[in-house]
Design a protein around this ligand. Structure first.
Ligand code: NDP
Length: 280
């Protein structure tokens, strides 16, 4: 048996084209401002691709670059200025912040209706309560790939490996809201392989190269690999041993080319829905 490969790149391209068409029909230009502090090279790459993707979709994307030496008060002042700016519909502060800056006070300061990363406790709480709000981008992208794979969520056994605020927790909430029976696994979970083998849907969001082996996966299960790990030879691999998973799963996302491209597309989607909600 060979699994279907879920092509995140083409799903993301379709979503971005649909967003661009939607934006073209709006009487205003939605605005997305990304704030980056410091020079972390990976973050610089992410921020550039976010701005580029925004502009390509007709969104007024711009980046505010602050020195690594910025104080919390300075960063808070920038966020408050964006909260008050009527041209800004979406605010994203690129994480991680350089030490000693703390992320939580900054996230807490973002106006929830502009929180296109979906990380503000109000948006995270609304998600858990099953209320509408802005949903974190990677989790929302993972759900779209499940839909693309034709997964039936109602009544399905799903396991989410990883419980981070950014990925694992919101995915578990989305799956619960979609009527799946959800197990949240983490570093203290006992008999993880056996837990995983019971699942119809496996979401791996751990950050450990190829931890989920083929014999952890039930035949026919749908596997979404959120992990992005750079290994010694410089290549990118996921949290799932892809070559093994392909032999047993019903469908699986590749890394790269799976969840990764969906994240930015969902950021653009959030920006447009934030703009519509605010501007009517
Ligand atoms: P975190 O490090 O914040 O969380 C990792 C989670 O995995 C924690 O809950 C941790 O458990 C759990 N974990 C660690 N080791 C084990 C283990 N041996 N067995 C079971 N669970 C374990 O990572 P993120 O959630 O931010 O990211 C996860 C992965 O997703 C990374 O590879 C990251 O690069 C990738 N990522 C990809 C994105 C994309 O766009 N595709 C976006 C964001 C992240 P505990 O809570 O007990 O410590």
């Amino acid at each position: 048996m060979s699994a279907a490969i879920i092509d995140g790149k083409s799903v993301a391209a379709r979503l971005r084209a649909a967003i661009a068409a939607d934006v073209a029909g709006l009487p205003y230009r939605p605005g997305l401002t990304v704030v980056i502090v410091g020079e972390d090279p990976a973050s610089q790459v992410y921020v550039r691709s976010k701005e580029k993707a925004a502009l390509a979709a007709g969104i007024a994307g711009r980046t505010i670059r602050l020195p690594a030496s910025s104080s919390e008060a300075e960063l808070l002042a920038v966020v408050r200025g964006l909260n008050a700016d009527p041209e800004v519909d979406g605010i994203l502060v690129q994480l991680p912040l350089p030490a000693p800056l703390r992320a939580q006070p900054i996230i807490d300061a973002i106006e929830p209706s502009k929180d296109v990363d979906g990380l503000h406790p109000i948006n995270a709480g609304r998600l858990v309560n099953g209320l509408p709000g802005l949903v974190a981008c990677t989790p929302s992208g993972a759900m779209k790939l499940l839909a693309e794979a034709g997964a039936t969520l109602r009544g399905a056994r799903a396991i989410v490996i990883g419980r981070s605020v950014l990925v694992g927790r919101p995915i578990a909430a989305l799956l619960t809201n979609a009527d799946a029976t959800v197990t949240i696994a983490h570093s203290r979970t006992r008999e993880l392989a056996a837990e995983c083998r019971r699942a119809d849907i496996v979401i791996a969001a751990v950050g450990r190269p190829e931890m989920v082996r083929g014999d952890w996966i039930a035949p026919g299960a749908i596997v979404i690999d959120v992990g992005i790990n750079r290994i010694a030879d410089g290549t990118l691999v996921g949290d799932v041993a892809f070559a093994e998973a392909v032999e047993v799963a019903g469908a699986v996302t590749p890394v790269p080319g799976g969840v990764g491209p969906m994240t930015i597309a969902c950021l653009l989607e959030n920006t447009v829905s934030a703009a519509k909600a605010r501007r009517g």
